[in-house]
Design a protein. Structure first.
Length: 225
């Protein structure tokens, strides 16, 4: 798992230590700032590393709202505001400025950690469901295939067969195994239907059709050499 760094901004050392101790149990890396001005300085020095900010509202030199405004001019990093005031108007004001979560003091450290984890999960970059193998690009969300950036038309069964071969690249797959996984166990037809589908897929892949090798007496294997 990639290291997650959280900036904790609070002028109370006891509060920073409490939050830090609980977050470090989850193996997060913690940076600290003792006031608003320090928060801006630490953020600017570590902007590429920080994944989330816990930001107190009432602080000397520069309050949390001012810090929030400055950070939002440069970044959409997830921010949880911490405040001793739990008035609805304050919360609405915070959301208008771009706060992601709002927690009133006193709070349960365990609940705080849970909110941090939930926010990190919600704002984590989505994993790409498109992968490229040897110039064959497969989009598992759109169930589409491109060869050298050009979309090729595959039937649903052809798509599923190609994906099964690619997912098991380098492995010799018997016709029975292909039938059981692509056509499912309730298929009772002739296994030679696989051969006809492979022929069509190879043709549509053009020069890259050679990646699908015939394993004599066994079945097929997808391999890039």
């Amino acid at each position: 798992m990639n290291e997650i760094t959280i900036l904790v901004v609070d002028d109370e050392s006891r509060m920073r230590k409490l939050i830090k101790d609980f977050l470090m149990k989850k193996e997060y890396k913690i940076l600290e700032a003792v006031d608003g001005e320090d928060a801006i300085k630490v953020f600017e020095e570590n902007q590429e590393k920080i994944n989330l900010i816990l930001l107190d509202v009432m602080m000397p030199k520069l309050d949390g709202w001012s810090v929030l405004r400055q950070i939002r001019q440069k970044s959409n990093i997830p921010i949880i505001m911490l405040t001793a005031r739990g008035e609805e108007q304050d919360e609405l004001f915070g959301f208008e400025l771009g706060v992601d979560e709002y927690i009133s003091k006193p709070f349960s450290p365990k609940i705080l950690v849970a909110r941090v984890e939930a926010l990190l999960k919600r704002t984590a970059p989505k994993k790409s469901n498109v992968y490229d193998i040897g110039g064959i690009e497969i989009d598992t969300d759109g169930r589409t295939v491109k060869v050298d950036s050009k979309v090729i038309e595959l039937s649903l069964r052809e798509y599923e067969l190609l994906k099964f071969l690619v997912d098991n690249k380098g492995i010799a797959l018997s016709r029975d195994k292909i039938l059981n996984n692509v056509w499912n166990y309730d298929y009772y037809g002739d296994s030679r239907t696989i051969d006809s589908h492979i022929k069509k897929i190879r043709h549509k892949l053009g020069k890259k059709g050679k990646y699908i090798e015939t394993m004599r007496g066994v079945g097929y294997k997808f391999e890039i050499k």
